[in-house]
Design a binder for this molecule. Sequence first.
Ligand SMILES: Nc1ncnc2c1ncn2[C@@H]1O[C@H](COP(=O)(O)OP(=O)(O)O)[C@@H](O)[C@H]1O
Length: 191
Amino acid sequence: MAEIKLDRLLQDLRRQLSDVRFRHVEGVVQTARDLADRFGVCPSKAEVAAWLHDFAREWSKDRLLRYVKEHAISLPDEWLTVPLLLHGPVAAHIGKQTYQIEDEEILDAVRYHTTGRPNMTDLDLVLFVADAIEPNRSYPGVEAVRAALTDGLANAARASLDNTITYLIATGRPLGLLAVAARNSLLERGV
Ligand SMILES: Nc1ncnc2c1ncn2[C@@H]1O[C@H](COP(=O)(O)OP(=O)(O)O)[C@@H](O)[C@H]1O
């Protein structure tokens, strides 16, 4: 297997992300490593996923949609209803094509980092929760998500999904259905 081009990924990220977003990514990397250590997940996989996850976060909707079309990335229609959410699958595709990140567990964690998905793996949960609680995050409800972590990663993910879904409904925004499926799946697990 070819070696992951992490140095190049970091250089490219610095060039294309705003300073604020780059600091967010650094916070996610540190938090993902800490959570991975704490919950028995491979820290280096968590770190690679964290560096990659927001690669396409500052792309426009049109650019995301164009990328998906041009690279024939096949996704269920529900992804297309909220184009912003495509930044996860697009980052995963770029990670594989350009930086030799071929581990499907890492790529899935990146793909689903904003919405979650049914039957999330521990690596999925580490990235999802790290993204929600890294130290630079300060949105209403973040403390509840941090507090839920004392009952485990899945509980923190559930708290974050509750918060996001409630916020999207309260502000009249479209809701990507995978987040609802992810929450239902956590409830089925007894979280
Ligand atoms: N399931 C969803 N459906 C629609 N929008 C969502 C969903 N989940 C998150 N969002 C929105 O997507 C944006 C990015 O989410 P965020 O958690 O900040 O992830 P990222 O780290 O990728 O920027 C936010 O504006 C958030 O409200």
